[in-house]
Design a protein around this ligand. Structure first.
Ligand SMILES: C[S@@+](CC[C@H](N)C(=O)[O-])C[C@H]1O[C@@H](n2cnc3c(N)ncnc32)[C@H](O)[C@@H]1O
Length: 254
């Protein structure tokens, strides 16, 4: 039985606590602050919005929808004309009322598009294990959701150039950190794509490398020492400290 409890975080933004995983969806020190730091601050996402470049996001773990809301807030604040396709994956969607009660949309002034989106999400019997087109969030953002487990994920409707990797921690949610998933994410993204995740463990980074990603380390959010960035080529990780493949893997694979 999945239960979802809304809890406030230190920066005033809400998060959810999922009893089935025994985890918060965000850092209890600040859901909004953590998401801004991990997913929006690194690399060229904000400059791309400023230059009105097209952006296709693939998010692993839709959760509260906070990343969609923050992206929408940036689009509005920067008056970006970027055409944005937001694709996300969720296997355990929180109830409609919970999604509407979270304070993210209200605090970002996005209550109307959010409520309309959540209503569309909740209407009708949606097939599991397939992609659903949810239409426009705001005029230049379209949303597609895969409803089902990461393990059943199928090819998304478009190749992504921005990946938000946001499952629960590898200990409680190992299906989100498999070699197969990281290989699929590489296959389903463009040559210039970049991936961001809050995780910084050696195991996570080595699995990304094994899947063909070039991996880098960046400063973590809210006092965490590190987080991880990845790309198909190091050309797209400018100024990022790269993480090497483990030596024993070199010897075993050569
Ligand atoms: C850390 S939360 C995501 C937070 C989200 N990005 C947000 O800002 O609210 C992880 C999400 O992954 C989902 N999840 C966990 N295991 C999953 C699985 N095997 N398949 C699909 N979704 C899963 C959870 O339901 C949860 O919504």
């Amino acid at each position: 039985m999945h239960e979802f409890e809304i809890r406030p975080t230190v920066d005033g933004s809400d998060t959810l606590f999922a009893s089935a995983f025994g985890q918060h969806y965000h850092n209890p020190n600040g859901a909004l602050a953590e998401s801004q730091h991990v997913f929006f601050k690194p690399l060229g996402l904000i400059p791309d919005l400023l230059c009105h470049r097209p952006i296709t996001v693939l998010e692993i773990g839709f959760g509260t929808g906070l990343n969609l809301l923050i992206l929408t807030d940036w689009v509005k604040r920067l008056r970006s004309k970027s055409e944005i396709r937001y694709m996300s994956v969720e296997g355990f969607m929180a109830p409609t009322e919970t999604l509407k009660t979270l304070n993210h949309a209200c605090s970002l002034g996005l209550q109307a598009p959010w409520e309309s989106f959540v209503d569309r999400l909740g209407t009708g019997q949606k097939d599991q294990n397939s992609w659903h087109s949810l239409g426009l969030f705001i005029p230049n953002i379209t949303v597609d959701l895969f409803l089902g487990p990461f393990e059943a994920l199928t090819t998304p409707p478009a190749k992504a150039n921005v990946l938000f990797h946001d499952p629960f921690s590898p200990e409680s949610n190992p299906e989100g950190w498999t070699l197969e998933l990281f290989e699929q994410l590489r296959q389903w993204s463009t040559e210039d794509a970049t991936l961001r995740t809050y995780a910084a463990s050696t195991a996570c980074r080595q699995t990304l490398i094994e899947a063909g990603w070039i991996v880098g380390s960046a400063k973590g959010a809210l006092g965490k020492r590190e987080m991880t960035l990845a790309a198909h080529s190091e050309d797209y990780l400018p100024g990022v400290k790269l993480v090497k493949k483990r030596q024993e893997d070199y010897t075993s694979s050569t």
